[in-house]
Write a protein that binds this ligand. Structure first.
Ligand code: NOJ
Length: 754
C-alpha cells in the first residue's frame, strides 16, 4: 500500500528523486557547462515531417546549434543519411561530443502499416501487439530513429475526439496491458540493440478527458477518476520499463500539466518511481503563456522546470531562459542536473556512447523495402483486429450460393484510407483495398460488380490539412450503385470516414456517417436486403439505422497495409473474426462520454410497475445502454459459458482466489474467443464502477472443443485509490463475472476479509 501526497504540493527544488548514478554520467555532468546541460534538455524539430504548428525562428541553423552543444534531441528527422549527418556534427563538432536522440511518432508502424492502435487493441492479442510494435521498431531504427513517441495510453471515452484512433480504448486494465506490450515491443529486452528504441508513455495526464473532446482544450477530471482510470496504464508502462513520458497540452485541476508538480514530481517521479525523463508535448512550455498561466517565456521555463519537466520539445524556452534563471538563483542547478542525468542515462542505455551511429546503419535499409515477414505479420494482426458486430442472417461468411457480389462504396476502392492517420513513412496509396482483396480471395467463378456510389473527399486527404467534405452530398453515383444492388446476390457496402477525419486535430461534433452514405445505404437496402456493411473508421460511429437494419456488420477500423486481404479472408470465411470492442459504440452522440465501467447512480433502474414514472436515471429519447458494449464481438461460431466456480468463497488480504469457467465452442467453425473477467465491489468507501475488467484470455477452440479457463484474483485486483489517495482493497463482498463481453456474464460472489 502506498500513499500519494495532496494535489499541488509545493516541493523542494532539490526534489530528492532517485536516479541512476552511473559514474560515467556523473563525470560527464561534471564536465558540462550550464549551457551544455540546458542543450541536453532541448529538442529541435527538423521538419522532415510536420507534426505541429511551424515554430518561430525557423531561420535558425540547427546544425550550428548542435555544434554549439545546444541541442540534445531532434524530432521529425528521418533516414540514416540525415540522422548520421546530424549525429556526426554532435559527436565531432560539439565540445563534449554527446550524441543526439532522434524521436518520431511511430504510432502503428513505420513503413509496414499495422492496424491503427484502437483496432489493434480490439484484437486483445498481446503477443501480436508486441510483435507489431517490434516490427515498427525494426523498421524505424533502420531509418535512423532511436526514440518513438508512442504508445498513447490516454483513456478515451469520447468519440468526438479524433485521437481515439490512437489509443487502446476506454478501459484502464486493457489499456494497461496493451500499453505494456507496446512498450516491450519498442524496447525489447535490450535497449542498446540496433533494432530496439526508446518508447514514450503519453500524454501524461488525462489528455483523453478534454472538455467537449475539443483538441488542445483544457480538462475537467476528478482525482478519483485520474487515480483509478487514467493512472494505471502509466504505471503499467513504467513497470514495463518505459524510457520517457510525454506530458500534455492540457491542464489538470487548473494547472497546465507542464507546470504540474503534483502530476510530474509527486506522482510520476516519486509515487511511481519513474526514472526516465519527461518530455513536453510540442511547445507546451511556451503555450503556458497563451494559456495565460505564465506571464512570459521566462516564467514558463521556471514553472516547467520546478514541476519536473525535463526536456523542452520545440518551444525553445529552456534554451533561452533557463541559464538566466539559474544564474539569478531562482532555479537550483541540481534540478537541471537531475534532468540532464535522466536524459544522458537514456543515451547510455541506447548504447549511443559506445556507438553514436548505431541507428544510422545504411546496411539495414533493406528492412524498409516491403519485407515479406513484416507484411505477413501485418496481415495476421489485421485479421484479428476486425470486429464482427452483427451477423443476423448469417450472411457471413459469404455462401457458395452467392454468384454475384455487389461491392458499393468509395472506400472499397481506396488504397490509402486503410493506412489510417499517423502513418509515419508508408507510401500513400500503398494499402491493399477491399476490392483488391476480394478479387484475390473470392472464387474466380463469382462475379464482382463495383460502384463507387458516394463521395467523401474529392482529393486524397492529407495529414496536415482539414479534410474537404464539401462534395460529400453528391448523389451522382447513386444510379450505378442501385443497379449493382439490383443485380447482386449479396451487397458489400463499405462505409465510414476518410482516415484523416481522425487523428490529431480532428475533433468532430458529429459522429454519424457524413455526406450521402446513409441515404444511399437506405436505398440499396430497399432493393436488396442481403447487405453486409463493412465499416472503415477511426472513431465509433453513432448511426442507429445502420445497426438496427443492416443484418451483418464488420467493423474494420483501418487495418493497415494488408487491410483488403484481411477483410476478404474474413468475409470469405478463410479466417474467423475474433476482435472484441475496446470501446463502446454509442447509440447517439448525446450519450457521450459512455463506457461500460461507469459508476452506479442511486436510481439506476425504472420503478417497477409504472413504465412512465420518470424519476430514475435514463434518457427520455434514447436507451441509456450503448449500441454495442465494450468487449462485444461475434464469431462465425458460438461459444457457451457454464460452470463458473470459485475455489473458495472467502479470502484474506494475503490469499488469492481461483476462478474457473467452462467455455465450449458450440458451433461448426474453429475460432478464437476472448474470455473476460470482471469484478464489482459491492460496498466501498467511494463509489466504484459497476464492473471492471480484471483479466482476459484469448484462446483458440476447435469446433466442438471445450476448455476450462482459470483466473487468479488477489487483493491488488480488488484495490483502488480511495478518497485518502491510498491504494488499498477494502474488506467486503465482491461479485466476479465471466463471459464473452461486458454484458453477458455469469456471476459468483466471494468475500475479502481483513
Ligand atoms: C503533438 C502530439 O500531441 C504528440 O503526441 C506528438 O508526439 C508530438 N506532436 C510530436 O509529433
Amino acid at each position: 500500500m502506498s500513499a500519494i501526497k495532496a494535489a499541488n504540493t509545493i516541493i523542494d527544488s532539490s526534489s530528492g528523486e532517485e536516479t541512476n548514478t552511473q559514474d560515467f554520467i556523473e563525470d560527464l555532468i561534471g564536465k558540462m557547462t550550464l549551457s551544455e546541460k540546458i542543450g541536453q534538455m532541448t529538442q529541435y524539430d527538423a521538419s522532415w515531417d510536420v507534426t505541429g504548428p511551424p515554430v518561430q525562428k525557423d531561420d535558425i541553423d540547427r546544425y550550428e546549434k548542435i555544434a554549439e552543444g545546444r541541442v540534445g534531441a531532434m524530432l521529425n528527422i528521418l533516414g540514416t543519411e540525415a540522422t548520421r549527418e546530424a549525429q556526426k556534427i554532435a559527436v565531432e563538432n560539439s565540445r563534449l561530443g554527446i550524441p543526439l536522440l532522434f524521436g518520431y511518432d511511430v504510432v502503428h508502424g513505420y513503413k509496414t502499416m499495422f492496424p491503427i492502435p484502437i483496432a489493434d487493441a480490439c484484437s486483445w492479442d498481446l503477443t501480436h501487439i508486441e510483435n507489431a510494435t517490434r516490427i515498427a521498431a525494426t523498421e524505424a531504427t533502420a531509418a535512423g530513429l532511436n526514440w518513438a513517441f508512442a504508445p498513447m495510453m490516454d483513456i478515451s471515452r469520447d468519440a468526438r475526439w479524433g485521437r481515439v484512433m490512437e489509443g487502446a480504448g476506454e478501459d484502464p486494465y486493457l489499456v494497461s496491458k496493451v500499453s505494456a506490450a507496446r512498450v516491450k515491443g519498442f524496447q525489447g529486452e535490450d535497449l542498446s540493440k540496433p533494432d530496439t528504441m526508446a518508447a514514450t508513455a503519453k500524454h501524461f495526464a488525462a489528455y483523453g478527458f478534454l472538455n467537449a473532446a475539443l483538441e488542445y482544450n483544457t480538462t475537467e477530471i476528478s482525482d478519483n477518476t485520474f487515480l483509478n482510470q487514467v493512472l494505471p496504464p502509466f504505471k503499467a508502462a513504467i513497470d514495463a520499463g518505459v524510457s520517457t513520458v510525454m506530458n500534455a497540452f492540457s491542464d489538470f485541476n487548473g494547472i497546465p500539466v507542464t507546470a504540474n508538480s503534483y502530476l510530474q514530481r509527486d506522482i510520476l517521479k516519486k509515487e511511481l518511481g519513474f526514472k526516465g525523463f519527461i518530455i513536453t508535448d510540442y511547445s507546451t512550455i511556451s503555450e503556458m503563456v497563451v494559456h495565460q498561466y505564465a506571464k512570459d517565456n521566462k516564467d514558463a521555463a521556471y514553472k516547467a522546470i520546478i514541476a519536473g519537466t525535463d526536456m523542452d520539445m520545440e518551444s525553445r524556452v529552456y534554451e533561452n531562459n533557463l541559464e538566466a534563471l539559474v544564474n539569478e538563483g531562482a532555479v537550483e542547478e541540481k534540478m537541471i542536473d537531475d534532468a540532464v542525468r535522466r536524459i544522458l542515462t537514456l543515451k547510455l542505455n541506447l548504447g549511443l556512447f559506445d556507438d553514436p551511429y548505431r541507428y544510422c546503419d545504411e546496411s539495414r535499409s533493406y528492412l524498409l523495402d516491403h519485407v515479406e515477414d513484416h507484411h505477413s505479420k501485418a496481415l495476421e494482426a489485421a485479421k484479428s483486429s476486425a470486429v464482427l458486430l452483427k451477423n443476423d442472417k448469417n450472411l457471413l461468411p459469404i455462401r457458395k450460393s452467392v454468384k454475384t457480389i455487389g461491392v458499393i462504396g468509395k472506400l472499397a476502392d481506396d488504397k490509402d484510407a486503410p493506412l489510417g492517420s499517423w502513418r509515419a513513412r508508408t507510401e500513400a496509396q500503398s494499402g491493399v483495398s477491399i476490392l483488391e482483396g476480394l478479387q484475390k480471395h473470392v472464387p474466380s467463378e463469382t462475379e464482382i460488380l463495383f460502384a463507387k456510389g458516394y463521395t467523401l473527399s474529392v482529393e486524397p486527404p492529407t495529414f496536415t490539412q482539414e479534410v474537404d467534405l464539401s462534395q460529400s452530398d453528391d448523389e451522382s453515383g447513386f444510379t450505378e450503385a442501385l443497379e449493382v444492388a439490383e443485380r447482386s446476390d449479396l451487397v458489400l457496402f463499405v462505409l465510414g470516414e476518410e482516415c484523416f477525419q481522425t487523428g490529431e486535430g480532428r475533433s468532430q461534433t458529429f459522429i454519424g456517417l457524413k455526406g450521402a452514405q446513409l441515404k444511399l445505404l437506405k436505398k440499396v437496402y430497399a432493393i436488396n436486403k442481403n447487405v453486409v456493411a463493412i465499416m472503415m473508421n477511426g472513431r465509433p460511429i453513432a448511426e442507429p439505422w445502420l445497426y438496427e437494419n443492416i443484418p451483418s456488420i464488420l467493423e474494420s477500423w483501418y487495418l493497415g497495409s494488408q487491410s483488403g486481404n484481411a477483410i476478404a479472408e474474413l468475409l470469405t470465411g478463410k479466417c474467423n473474426p475474433s476482435g472484441k470492442l475496446a470501446l463502446s459504440i454509442p447509440r447517439s452522440i448525446g450519450q457521450i462520454p459512455i463506457s461500460y465501467n461507469h459508476t452506479r447512480t442511486g436510481r439506476p433502474d425504472p420503478i417497477p410497475g409504472d413504465p412512465n414514472f420518470v424519476f430514475w436515471s435514463h434518457y427520455s429519447d434514447c436507451d441509456k445502454t450503448p449500441q454495442y458494449a465494450f468487449g462485444h464481438g461475434l464469431s462465425y461460431t458460438t461459444f457457451e459459458y457454464s460452470n463458473l466456480k470459485l475455489n473458495t468463497d472467502t479470502i484474506s488480504m494475503d490469499e488469492s482466489l481461483t476462478v474457473s469457467i467452462e467455455v465450449e465452442n458450440t458451433g461448426s467453425y474453429d475460432g478464437e474467443e476472448v474470455v473476460q473477467l470482471y469484478i464489482n465491489d459491492l460496498y466501498s468507501s467511494t463509489i466504484r464502477p459497476v464492473k471492471e475488467l480484471k483479466g482476459f484470455e484469448k484462446l483458440h477452440f476447435k469446433a466442438g472443443e471445450k476448455k476450462t479457463v482459470t483466473f487468479t484474483i488477489g487483493w491488488k485486483d480488488l484495490a483502488f485509490y480511495g478518497a485518502d489517495r491510498i491504494f488499498k482493497a477494502e474488506p467486503g463482498e465482491f461479485d466476479v463475472m465471466v463471459g464473452g463481453n461486458s454484458e453477458d456474464l455469469l456471476s459468483a460472489r466471494f468475500e475479502l476479509t481483513a
